[in-house]
Design a binder for this molecule. Structure first.
Ligand SMILES: [Zn+2]
Length: 639
């Protein structure tokens, strides 16, 4: 029978929003992994049903790969493939197959199923059922929320000229993306406030409205509370009697204290996401932000002072109750899996404040004091900041469109999939970080502050070398235009471990945009302290070595050099300032501070007086910040 080849594209919009809606690093992992996992299973089903399916993006190896045993998201939210179609009606079947399969897998991993009782999210709903917490259609609400959480956009066009067909398809998808679905504001069998909005037609302020409603008719607020993670969907567990879902969430917090925090209220989608790791039987560790901050400190302690630290923690052994993280570290005499936050004196401070019992308070105080003495005695310190790194290839869309045939684009997919495999090793083995995802040319990773810059640099070098050799030199050997060169830009945030994760994630997105906006092929770094004070600067990749030299010597630069310069230039117009005057000021201050020639030269080489007037002070601050968040292997360790 005669067939026509059709080109298909699947896109999942707003994945970025889904990933950024994270309170814990486990949410961040789950948001990224979920998309990759569901999409791969869907594509596997599709290829099983339509044997003529040929994947262009991502590379078919990534779909064939053992999905159940992977732990890192390695495909993006865009899929391009071809299928041989007999008649036009078959296109509808293909689209239906994709949509059904996607929904089926989504429900299975986020709501659970009967085949995996006693595990992950299935167990959660079972326990809730047992205790009679699933009244008033709560599970239906969860199912509704999960089904409507992700929007799949699918387009198809007859394949004529590959390049033309792709352009046509992209345009079509872009139009669909622009089309906004009407927000759902009421759900069957759920009495939502929108239904009685006419009670307060003039009141547009949500907060005021909630307050007034709460006073007049509290039951109306049932179902009006939004999820702590996404802030979009309504919470589960609200009933006619208990409209804030208090009992429901207290039960879950008690039963799953590690996964559900006190006062957290989640929607059905985010609850499923929170339990995804257990549901999929993953035993890999997802480090918390405090654990990543303390990575190198923990290694030194583990190697040299483990017993000493365990003895300190043992002082509170009667206080830890169900804190399995500490108790198992003490029991196994091994701190490898102990969250780094327990090695921070500041963590104990919070428990001291909360504790009512005087005796217990004194024990906690003693632990904190001993920890402080420990660091003082050993001459190193706890590290409170960690890094989030976001990178992607520059002008990838343009580059892909220059590879005009299906074969060439497939080849690019293949090299990109090889690149993503290498990224895992670079982040986790070479630089002791945690890779959240590496798909296509996109990378998101959590790292200790002291290894983050080198990690970013190594990733971009790998990308450059690989793709320029394999694609650029092969297909465009004589092109001098930078449009043909494969380069990367990155955003890097060095943040206090207690800052809200979703805020840090939106900041890293901004930092990456700045790196792109100010010329690409570079990294934009910003540190944000607990007080939200910050400094930011951009570095070209070939400046990293020089900057590392500056970091190495940063302790010899007086902090007042940065602050005095900052004060002096703060009255200047930061758009039209006299660059020479500013440079003279910096030179004068360096001389006044008796800065060593070597350091002076580094600052002269690095500072960019063109882009921003503050650059001189920001670079000093950044170097000092990174240095102060670096620990060195202790050479004179006591036995
Ligand atoms: Zn939610």
């Amino acid at each position: 029978m005669k067939t026509d080849k059709y080109l298909f594209q699947i896109t999942i919009p707003s994945v970025q929003k889904l990933v950024e809606a994270s309170r814990k690093t486990a949410d961040l992992w789950a948001g990224s992994f979920l998309i990759s996992y569901i999409l791969k299973n869907t594509l596997k089903d599709l290829a099983g049903k339509y044997s003529s399916t040929k994947f262009i993006i991502p590379h078919e190896d990534l779909i064939k790969k053992d999905i159940e045993n992977s732990f890192t998201a390695d495909i993006t939210n865009i899929v391009i493939f071809t299928i041989d179609i007999q008649d036009k009606n078959q296109i509808k079947d293909v689209i239906g197959c994709i949509q059904n399969s996607f929904k089926k897998h989504l429900i299975k991993v986020l709501l659970g199923n009967n085949n995996q009782k006693n595990k992950g999210i299935s167990e959660v709903y079972e326990k809730l059922e047992e205790k009679n917490y699933l009244t008033e259609n709560i599970k239906n609400l969860a199912e509704f929320q999960i089904e409507n959480s992700l929007n799949l956009i699918i387009g198809a066009t007859k394949l004529t000229n590959y390049s033309e067909s792709r352009k046509e398809l992209s345009k079509y998808i872009a139009t669909l993306k622009g089309f906004k679905f009407k927000e759902l504001d009421k759900i069957e069998s759920f009495e939502l406030i929108s239904k009685e909005n006419n009670l307060f037609p003039d009141n547009k302020n949500y907060k005021d409205y909630m307050q007034i409603t709460n006073e007049i008719k509290p039951a109306l607020i049932r179902g009006a509370y939004k999820c702590s993670i996404c802030g979009e969907r309504f919470i589960l567990g609200a009933t006619e009697k208990d409209f804030t879902g208090k009992e429901f969430w207290e039960f879950l917090n008690k039963k799953y204290s590690i996964l559900i925090e006190e006062n957290e209220r989640l929607c059905g989608f985010c609850l499923g996401k929170r339990f995804l790791k257990d549901t999929l039987n993953k035993t890999d560790n997802i480090p918390s932000t405090s654990d990543i901050s303390m990575k190198f400190v923990k290694e030194i302690v583990k190697k040299n002072y483990q017993e000493e630290i365990l003895n300190i923690l043992d002082l509170g052994k009667d206080l830890y109750e169900d804190n399995q993280n500490i108790t198992s570290a003490i029991k196994n005499k091994d701190i490898s899996k102990l969250d780094g936050e327990w090695l921070m004196p500041i963590t104990w401070e919070n428990y001291i404040k909360q504790e009512q019992d005087e005796n217990k308070k004194n024990i906690l105080k003693e632990i904190k004091k001993r920890l402080e003495e420990f660091y003082k005695d050993k001459d190193f310190k706890p590290i409170y900041h960690y890094a989030v790194l976001l990178m992607d290839g520059d002008n990838m869309g343009k580059k892909i469109s220059k590879l005009e045939t299906e074969e060439k684009q497939k080849e690019l997919s293949k090299y990109l999939s090889e690149f993503t495999k290498k990224v895992k090793g670079i982040v986790e083995k070479n630089h002791k970080g945690f890779l959240v995802y590496a798909g296509g040319d996109d990378v998101l990773a959590l790292l200790p502050v002291q290894s983050a810059l080198d990690c970013a640099n190594e990733i971009q070098k790998e990308f450059n070398q690989d793709l320029n050799k394999k694609i650029k030199d092969k297909y465009f050997p004589n092109e001098k235009d930078l449009d043909y060169h494969f380069t990367m830009s990155a955003g890097l945030i060095l943040a206090h471990h207690r800052l809200p994760l979703n805020y840090v994630l939106s900041e890293v997105r901004n930092a990456e945009s700045k790196a792109k906006k100010d010329g690409k092929n570079q990294i934009h770094i910003k540190y944000i302290k607990h007080s939200y004070s910050f400094a930011e600067t951009s570095l070209k990749w070939d400046q990293i070595e020089t900057f590392n030299n500056l970091v190495e010597k940063a302790e010899k630069i007086p902090a007042t050099l940065a602050t005095q310069y900052y004060e002096l230039v703060s009255s200047f117009d930061d758009k039209s300032y006299d660059k020479n005057l500013v440079m003279e000021l910096a030179t004068y201050l360096m001389k006044k501070k008796n800065l060593k020639d070597e350091i002076k030269q580094l600052l002269i080489d690095l500072t960019d007086y063109e882009t921003t007037i503050k650059d001189f002070s920001y670079r000093i601050k950044m170097a000092k910040f990174i240095k102060s968040n670096t620990v060195k292997e202790v050479s004179h360790a006591t036995a």
